[in-house]
Design a protein around this ligand. Structure first.
Ligand code: SF4
Ligand code: SF4
Length: 231
């Protein structure tokens, strides 16, 4: 959730402006919202440890040092999916909104900043008691480590041919997803929460995209710098 400071306000008018700047990260206390049905697992996704996230304070990408569970955003935007643009009240779950949203007061951000170190919700906590599923999630995190991927892409950028190692990780992630649905009965909509977003999509954060050639083989293609306008 990005910080929006609106000087004239002294209380929340439910304008929804903050809800269009990024969805909240869930705190430990928010697990109650899943238990009582306010939030649904399909509406969440995980940013895994080591994943690059945009730090708008310093205008740079940083690797996060712990996993974060967030409410999904509307595709192609930073809008929280619970933000109801047409409604008069903006947030569809305002009276039961997560801790981070409650702490956010656009006219005084001190309270919000003070919650930064609060314990965040984790997949292990959400899956408490489901040992087999936790083992699968942990095995996937080890095999598809973002730290490892960052090292591989750095080495590739230095001229080392390690694309095979990257493809091995991408293939594991791509293979695990339908398998988990098929063999564990997990709804497909829960995969971005359980395994994080597909690597084939997030690999873009390392400056590459995945394409298929005419034979159906995957290719790792560096993102081109924007071509200069011809003079
Ligand atoms: S906290 Fe968010 S919804 Fe409330 S007034 Fe400020 S910007 Fe609007
Ligand atoms: S949960 Fe509600 S208050 Fe929080 S960002 Fe989403 S729409 Fe806004």
């Amino acid at each position: 959730m990005d910080i929006v400071t609106i000087g004239a306000k002294t209380s929340c008018t439910r304008c929804g402006e903050c809800c269009t700047k990024g969805s909240p990260t869930l705190h430990f206390a928010d697990s109650q919202l899943l238990r009582d049905g306010t939030l649904n697992y399909k509406d969440l996704f995980t940013i895994r440890e080591g994943e690059l996230v945009y730090n708008n304070m310093d205008d740079e990408f940083i690797a996060i040092d712990c996993e974060l569970i967030k409410i999904r955003e509307v595709k192609g935007s930073r809008k929280c999916i619970y933000y109801n643009e047409d409604g008069v009240s903006a947030c569809a779950i305002y009276d039961r909104r997560p801790v981070q949203c409650r702490a956010y007061e656009c006219w005084d951000t001190d309270k919000f900043m003070s919650t930064f170190t609060d314990e965040k919700l984790t997949r292990t906590e959400l899956l408490k008691g489901q040992t087999a599923l936790i083992d699968i999630v942990n095995a996937h995190s080890d095999k598809c480590s973002y730290t490892k991927l960052a090292e591989l892409f750095t080495a590739i950028g230095e001229g080392n041919d390690l694309t095979g190692d990257v493809f091995e990780i991408l293939a594991y992630d791509t293979y695990m997803r339908p398998l988990l649905v098929e063999q564990s009965g997990v709804p497909e909509q829960y995969l971005d929460l359980l395994l994080g977003r597909p690597l084939i999509d997030t690999v873009i954060m390392f400056g590459y995209k995945v394409e298929k050639d005419e034979q159906g083989n995957y290719l790792l293609v560096p993102l081109q710098a924007e071509p200069e306008e011809s003079k």
